[in-house]
Design a protein around this ligand. Structure first.
Ligand code: ZN
Length: 821
């Protein structure tokens, strides 16, 4: 970088700092509806307020501690020393090139905390951290420790030159985006510019390097989106239009010629279907919304509106999660929504809420808040444990007992997103225009809302929502000329679930009908509800002492999925209010996947104050299905208890399911222990997930588990990947010697999406006196995919079997299930 450019960036920095002196920055254009900031909404409820407090007192300090322990803070110090040419004592191997974003995200969350509650100790900690970050910034504004620590040997994903590898994997612009988000949050919380100046210096460098007229990197787009949102936010805070122009440039330059994973195979304005990495996608769509709102470019609105239709009609889980596939952390094809293998990354839920909140600000339609609320109370909240120190990365809708939350991850994106989302949550409750107040979410607390024309309003909400749908609102207008009343419209969201609409599409529907009506009163007098875009409106000259009461009845409801969603056929899920329920093992005598709930079974809900921090539970009777010794299905009646989905996995590992079979065909009949299931497994090579080989869970075409798109199943499988073309074996040591004469093997083959294939060949040996001998008179050793391959042989008494196979040249392989008779 030349001196000229450097001094130019200093000039820009000064110019931006001057602009900041204005109290509020007036933008040419923005969303037509304004959110009421979280600093003006104070929640005092029993649901969110304690969670926000746990986030403040436990999760944020815990996440900072994890960032320290894992060397993420050291990276800034190492970079600072490298800039001075001094050595750093600790030479930990490099993490990911996006590790800088984890401290940024927690710093953003901690800033929101400071914005509503002074905390000198926390502020001092942030200042020290900010000083470390600032010291790691190169003189021209570049900030990316993965390169600065050792520019000659940067991280393998970083590439040898700045930014050239960003469309693929370097994450330099991703790091910048999170820096901008954190910096604006910190500036708005504290009024101090120590981090904002770092962000501005970095943003000014990007403005010099990227975009038309720079003659430099006018062909590079961000590989992991968020810098678009970050720049839009920096523009909103500073009024510096170059940031908005750069945000728009990053959208305009994107694709074609990239790939689906990065949403760069098609230009964003031409995209109509949600594709690729789900977190990237949700951040991209949010950035498109921001740029469209601030520039008036309607081609981006057209695109995200169509993509939203696609998600809500075909790619949304009932929990509000998005991104079905672990492979590529990606959206699957339309209607591909497996439960056991559902990926539903916590970050994708956060991104889905960012996006839906923006679409609401654009369109003023409650359907976006319906999706926001569904995601919030279910898939997003599931991302953190009740104690605030355990996190889910994927949030599956069914478990065979292998899932548990972790304190941290090597790739730690999800905990940081929880830390920054929860304290900002009050900012999603209300919104306004000059003469309209939107009440979008319900929880006890107070809000101070500034309308224009010297009118403000205070709203006091009293409710037990989400457990009870009765909401009491005391509305107090305040005018600067001390007039006692003010004219405006109060718009109350009537959630889709309260008007027999499970989601704003046909993807899911209520299987029952709710005859209890929604009621609304104004000062005790009934008001007829005329819905407009999902809102009931009251326009009047508001007076102090005005009271609005809304009653959203919350009976237990059954939901079914569109028949195109194969994984949910023959199943129902339970919902009450905004909360989706699940069956978990501790409440159901250890097992839930073999339970069947008949459609005519009456269900009751009641509140359990001592359970899981206080939850509503749903109870009734289910049929428990098991196999008798003669292999027939035995039904016994069992009491069933369902808990809110977000609260599962707080009591140890075990079975869980959101979708409950309502037919014998789809229930997982509890199998009797078998020779195979009681055997000890040994392997030629440890591979991945060996327990799957004899877990008695195999794909079953009858249950609709096979997916035509993938020739695969969501049942657990074992694989040897990345080993390819090698001879391998699996051995069963029986619990006691047995007479056996047949085996069945279901091979794992992920043709079309992975590198596993059925084997080239296999054979079978039994053990006699410690020696392995081939079985006699064997039938065909089949290598067919999507079925059990059965082979009989001369009966033999033995204490073990060994299955030996050859993987196809250049391919790996695996096993869903190996049965022995
Ligand atoms: Zn994540």
């Amino acid at each position: 970088m030349t001196n000229f450019n450097y001094s130019l960036s200093v000039l820009f920095l000064l110019a931006s700092a001057v602009m900041l002196k204005a109290d509020t920055v007036k933008l040419q254009q923005d969303y037509p509806i304004k959110p009421v900031p979280f600093t003006a909404v104070h929640l005092t409820d029993q649901f969110w307020a304690p969670r926000i407090e746990t986030n403040r007192t436990v999760t944020i300090p815990f996440a900072f501690e994890q960032c320290e322990k894992s060397g993420r803070m050291d990276n800034f110090e190492r970079a600072a020393l490298a800039l001075k040419g001094e050595p750093f004592a600790n030479h930990q191997p490099p993490g990911y090139p996006f590790d800088d974003t984890d401290p940024y995200k927690v710093l953003e969350g901690a800033s929101y905390v400071l914005a509503v509650q002074p905390n000198p100790e926390l502020k001092m900690y942030l200042d020290k951290l900010i000083a470390k970050i600032a010291a790691a910034q190169e003189s021209d504004g570049y900030l990316y420790t993965a390169r600065t620590i050792d520019p000659e040997h940067p991280h393998a994903w970083s590439g040898h030159e700045r930014w050239l590898n960003d469309p693929d994997q370097s994450h330099e612009l991703y790091d910048s985006g999170h820096l901008f988000e954190a910096a604006v949050a910190h500036y708005q919380a504290t009024g101090e510019t120590n981090l904002l100046n770092v962000a501005i210096k970095n943003a000014n460098l990007l403005c010099q390097v990227f975009g038309p007229g720079t003659n430099q990197l006018n062909h590079i787009w961000p590989g992991h989106e968020i810098v678009e949102m970050g720049l839009a936010r920096l523009y909103r805070a500073t009024g510096d239009e170059r940031y908005l122009k750069l945000a728009k440039f990053f959208l305009d330059v994107r694709g074609p010629g990239g790939d689906e994973y990065h949403q760069s195979d098609i230009k964003p304005r031409d995209q109509r279907e949600a594709m690729g990495h789900a977190v990237r996608a949700a951040y991209l769509y949010s950035g498109m919304a921001d740029v469209a709102a601030m520039t008036g470019d309607s081609s981006y609105t057209t695109a995200i509106d169509a993509i939203w239709d696609n998600v809500v009609q075909k790619k949304l889980y009932i929990t509000g999660g998005i991104g079905a596939m672990g492979s590529g952390e990606a959206f699957g094809p339309n209607y591909f929504l497996p439960n056991l293998s559902a990926y539903c990354e916590t970050c994708a839920s956060v991104g889905n809420d960012f996006w839906n909140a923006r679409l609401f600000l654009f369109h003023g339609d409650a359907r976006y808040v319906d999706v926001f609320e569904r995601t919030l109370y279910n898939s997003l909240l599931d991302g953190v444990s009740l104690d605030g120190k355990g996190f889910f990365y994927p949030n599956p809708l069914e478990s065979i007992g292998k899932d548990s939350r972790s304190p941290w991850f090597g790739c730690a994106c999800c905990p940081g997103n929880i830390t920054r989302f929860l304290p900002s949550l009050p900012g999603y409750f209300y919104a306004h225009t000059d003469d309209q107040v939107y009440v979008n979410l319900y929880a006890s607390g107070a809000a101070d809302i500034d309308l224009s024309h010297n009118v403000a309003v205070n709203i006091q909400q009293t409710t037990r929502y989400p457990w009870d749908g009765r909401i009491h609102l005391a509305v107090t207008p305040k005018t600067s000329d001390s007039a006692a009343s003010a004219l405006f419209t109060l718009k109350l969201r009537i959630p889709g679930w309260a008007r027999n609409e499970a989601v704003p599409s046909n993807l899911y529907r209520f299987a029952d009908t709710n005859s209890e009506p929604v009621t609304l009163t104004m000062n005790g007098i009934s008001v007829p509800i005329q819905l407009e875009k999902g809102y009931a409106s009251i326009t009047r000259q508001w007076q102090p002492g005005d009271v609005v009461e809304l009653d959203l009845p919350m009976p237990v409801r059954r939901i079914v999925a569109d028949q195109k969603v194969q994984s949910d056929q023959g199943r129902v899920t339970l919902q009450r209010g905004p909360i989706v329920f699940c069956l978990e093992w501790p409440d159901n005598q250890g097992q839930v996947r073999n339970l069947m709930l008949s459609d005519d079974e009456a269900l009751q809900a009641h509140f359990e104050p001592a359970l899981l921090g206080g939850v509503e539970v749903i109870q009734g009777n289910a049929a428990s299905l098991s196999t008798s010794s003669s292999n027939s299905v035995v039904r016994t009646t069992k009491a069933l208890t369902a808990i809110p989905y977000y609260a599962w996995a707080n009591r140890g590992r075990g079975e869980m399911t959101v979708w409950i079979p309502n037919s014998e065909k789809t229930a997982h009949v509890q199998a009797q222990p078998s020779i195979a299931s009681t055997s000890k497994i040994t392997l030629s090579h440890p591979g991945t997930n060996p327990d799957a080989i004899n877990d008695q869970l195999a794909p079953s075409p009858a249950s609709g588990q096979i997916n035509v798109f993938f020739a695969g199943s969501e049942e657990p499988f074992f694989h040897w990947w990345p080993r390819k073309g090698t001879p391998e074996w699996v051995q069963y040591d029986f619990a006691k010697p047995a007479r056996v004469s047949a085996v069945e093997v279901y091979w794992f083959d992920d043709t079309g999406r992975g590198e596993c294939r059925v084997p080239q060949s296999w054979r079978l040996s039994y053990r006699r006196n410690g020696e392995w001998k081939p079985v006699e008179n064997p039938g065909v050793f089949g290598c067919e995919m999507n079925q059990f391959n059965r082979t009989t042989f001369a009966p033999v008494e033995t204490d073990g079997l060994r299955l030996e196979l050859n993987l196809q040249p250049d391919w790996s392989g695996g096993i869903y299930e190996w049965k022995v008779e």
